[in-house]
Design a protein around this ligand. Structure first.
Ligand code: SAM
Ligand code: SF4
Ligand code: SF4
Length: 342
């Protein structure tokens, strides 16, 4: 927002450009069954070669331009962002952009040691979200599908708390028939711990995860279950563009969030752009194609040329996929979540 609180650029639905998600890699050391099923992302899958990835300097240059257009919040994601070496260097470069207010990361936590969490914090990372879909070790190992133990993700959550990357958030994707019985244990584990668990409806991102509407546990059912055990009350959103609906425990034991992109879409306030590892700009998580910003960055284009291009793309944006998904036919090509990030 500028001084008069008017977005610097608005799309056709009067939504500003306020958030940027940067996916720094399409690679991941997990094969979560709802995101990178092994049958598709096996040994013959072609990930991007290194020279295709935006360099840290290219990412930072683009981040600066997005900030000039009104972005105040950047989140690093992937794939698994921590598989990219020296990520704290990128964090420090982005954190140095003066007008940026918030710099966060979403990670599976598998590579987040105490030292790395501290290095990221020292580099300027403000907040972290760690994904964890179950506390039962056997179930978690089968969901990440690489036999990764739950204890090491719990250690990562502790490491993040010790590094004061707080409030630490935990993302749990809920899929019917898979981990809906893990909802109450997850809520229980982090009540009173200053960790905000966010329950996420299983989404139809990409084309490889075998999504079916029947597998979605509606957010309202999740809230009902938790509220029955530990009464909840709604909390006002911090910002209009927030994706999670917030609730707090009436007994003062903290807060949870619920992300209902399937049953209660929030396209009307979606102010988020997404940059893929190879520099494609997507204006919707469900985009079928992006715009090649890398080609511009690697050309003779000036800062002004790139700014004008992004502004023009955003001004023409009309995306509202989640609001119309039911009327759309399935089977259209869509970008994968592991490529563009959550
Ligand atoms: N690898 C990192 C991680 O897992 O946190 C960052 C990238 S991951 C794509 C970002 C978030 O998207 C994770 O919290 C993940 O659980 C979520 N996610 C992936 N596939 C999803 C799906 N089909 N529906 C809902 N959320 C999904
Ligand atoms: Fe990897 Fe994250 Fe996708 Fe799991 S959800 S496969 S950790 S990118
Ligand atoms: Fe934003 Fe697209 Fe998701 Fe709607 S479907 S909230 S426009 S990313």
């Amino acid at each position: 927002m500028n001084n008069a609180s008017v977005p610097v650029v608005q799309d056709t639905r009067r939504r500003g450009l306020e958030d940027l998600r940067i996916s720094v890699t399409d690679r991941c050391n997990f094969r979560c069954v709802y995101c990178m099923p092994k049958e598709v992302f096996g040994s013959s899958f072609h990930f991007l070669p290194r020279q295709e990835l935006l360099t840290f300097d290219e990412i930072t240059r683009l981040a600066r331009l997005f900030v000039a257009l009104g972005v105040r919040k950047i989140r690093l994601t992937g794939g698994e962002p921590l598989v990219r070496r020296d990520l704290d260097v990128l964090v420090s470069q982005i954190a140095a952009i003066p007008e940026l207010e918030d710099l966060a990361m979403t990670t599976n936590g598998s590579m987040l040691t105490v030292e790395r969490a501290k290095a990221l914090k020292d580099a300027g990372l403000k907040r972290i979200t760690i994904s964890l879909d179950a506390l039962d070790d056997e179930l978690f190992r089968s969901m990440n599908d690489v036999n990764f133990p739950v204890s090491r993700v719990l250690n990562a959550i502790d490491a993040a708390r010790r590094a004061k990357l707080d409030p630490v958030k935990v993302n749990m994707v809920v899929k019917r028939g898979l981990n809906q019985d893990a909802i109450l244990p997850m809520a229980d584990r982090f009540r009173g711990q200053d960790v905000v668990v966010r329950f996420i409806e299983f989404m139809d991102v990409g084309t490889t995860n075998g999504w079916r509407l029947e597998d979605v546990v509606p957010g309202a059912d999740i809230i009902k279950q938790i509220d029955h055990q530990w009464p909840l009350e709604a909390v006002a959103p911090t910002r209009p563009g927030d994706v999670a609906t917030r609730y707090r425990y009436r007994d003062g034991q903290g807060e949870i969030g619920i992300i209902t992109s399937v049953t209660h879409p929030f396209c009307h306030s979606c102010s988020r752009a997404r940059l893929s590892p190879e520099g494609q700009l997507y204006t919707c998580l469900f985009g079928q194609s992006g715009f090649d910003l890398r080609a511009l960055v690697r050309s003779e284009a000036s800062e002004q040329d790139i700014l004008d291009k992004i502004r023009g793309l955003w001004a023409r944006r009309d995306d509202h996929y989640s609001e119309i998904r039911r009327s759309l036919t399935q089977g259209l090509p869509k970008i994968e979540m592991s490529h563009i990030g959550g």
